[in-house]
Design a protein around this ligand. Structure first.
Ligand SMILES: [Zn+2]
Length: 436
């Protein structure tokens, strides 16, 4: 899952498949006047004009020469998101057909947006100072392992469609007696804040252990953490490459019809093929040709099955929306048997997050967002993991998937404080054997 249904923008995504794969990428440089314009065509002539501008990409002298379509053009009454370089803005605006309605059919969504995408190249040694490349993420895992001695280890648990390593880091003594907390991120390519948050968690846990932080030592006395920061490296690399598509969501496996990618969070094998998933390979939420058709989901499945009896908590991080949800999400009105139990730490988390200035919607995932069959949290619950959570990280719509990287430490810090604070809630549950 990635978006909420209560905005027009979300409706584009949630129409599943109407997020048309752009043929064009993002500019490699940006200027101060770059803008993001949101069009909502209500008349066929408006949609035709958008199609015309779309077709002019790269054609010298045309109005649409340098315009980049991030979403659409799709259908009537649905948003089309267009990136307009500053130098082209005036020419494009002058060419927009006037609306016959009393309201404008287009708005400037964000001034100077380009820097959010391409200008954020600041780098420092702090892992949370920037959105990291795939290779930087692997390097960080290896460097962490090299400095943390015997209490952490990096494991390759699979290989992606394009041949990239799927890796997780295990933190804490990995004894058979230890319960496992699974945390993953990056199943959807464009949700960059999720892997960034996972990396921050890894760093904080390891640093906390080294500095004898009492809460972290208590955590590690009871748990081993398995943190997989990037479940979909092929899509992430594609999204991260600025000549490609920043807002790419799926994997990059070749599919019928010349389309690419599977929505991994519709490819898990519990009620696979149900609501909120598409059979069309060109759709954003294409579920794949069969349950676990993709190497990325098979790898997670096999790992989870291997540690199933030890795993107490499965946490998968997405963006955006600020939601904290529990299964089942494959349809409305289906819930896990231990819903009340599963919601207790969620409620504690939401209360704490609220005190930290972030309001999260919580509850059953189909209710909070929308039904989505084949999701990983449903699968985790189906194999008996007592706590299965999907977290939609911020924001709620201002920046959407383009959350500035300056937000990473702030968000991750809040969530880190949160994870420590809910420890007191979770620990008694664990000591009671989760039987309440
Ligand atoms: Zn997502």
């Amino acid at each position: 899952m990635s978006v909420k249904v209560n905005s027009a923008f979300a409706s584009v995504l949630l129409a599943f498949g109407l997020l048309l794969p752009c043929q064009l990428g993002l500019p490699t440089t940006t200027n101060q006047g770059d803008r993001l314009i949101v069009f909502v065509p209500t008349r066929q002539a408006q949609l035709d004009w958008l199609e015309l501008i779309h077709s002019q990409a790269g054609k010298p002298g045309e109005v649409g020469e340098n315009v980049r379509f991030w979403f659409g053009p799709g259908l009537l009454n649905q948003e089309t998101i267009v990136f307009v370089p500053g130098g082209d803005y005036g020419r494009l605006v002058a060419a927009i057909p006037s609306s016959q309605d009393t309201y404008s059919w287009w708005t400037v969504q964000k001034e100077n947006l380009g820097k959010l995408v391409t200008g954020e190249t600041r780098r420092s040694s702090d892992i949370s100072s920037a959105y990291r490349t795939y290779q930087e993420i692997l390097n960080f895992l290896d460097q962490t392992q090299s400095t943390c001695g015997s209490f952490c280890s990096v494991e390759k648990y699979g290989t992606s469609y394009e041949g990239r390593d799927l890796k997780l880091i295990k933190i804490g003594d990995d004894l058979p007696s230890k319960r496992i907390v699974w945390i993953d991120a990056g199943i959807h390519a464009r949700e960059w804040i999720a892997p960034a948050t996972a990396l921050y968690f890894i760093d904080k846990i390891v640093q906390g252990y080294k500095s004898s932080d009492s809460t972290i030592k208590s955590m590690l006395d009871n748990f081993a953490f398995y943190i997989a920061p990037l479940l979909n490296p092929d899509g992430y690399v594609y999204s991260y490459t600025f000549t490609r598509e920043r807002l790419w969501r799926k994997t990059r496996s070749a599919q019928a019809g010349g389309c690419y990618g599977v929505d991994l969070n519709r490819n898990f094998g519990y009620h696979w093929g149900g609501q909120g998933s598409s059979s069309d390979p060109c759709d954003e939420n294409f579920r794949g040709s069969s349950a676990f058709s993709e190497p990325e989901t098979r790898a997670v499945r096999d790992k989870l099955l291997a540690i199933r009896l030890r795993t107490i908590s499965f946490i998968t991080m997405h963006s955006y929306g600020q939601d904290w949800m529990v299964p089942y999400g494959y349809a409305y009105n289906v819930s896990v048997d231990n819903y009340a139990q599963m919601m207790r730490p969620v409620q504690a988390a939401a209360d704490k997050l609220k005190s930290l200035g972030r309001n999260y919607d919580i509850g059953n995932s189909a209710v909070v967002t929308y039904p989505a069959a084949g999701a990983s949290d449903d699968y985790a619950a189906s194999i008996g993991v007592p706590y299965a959570h999907t977290i939609e990280l911020p924001d709620t719509g201002q920046y959407r998937f383009l959350l500035p990287q300056s937000e990473i430490p702030e968000l991750a810090w809040r969530r880190w404080r949160l994870s420590k604070s809910i420890w007191g809630t979770l620990r008694p549950l664990i000591s009671q054997g989760m039987n309440d």
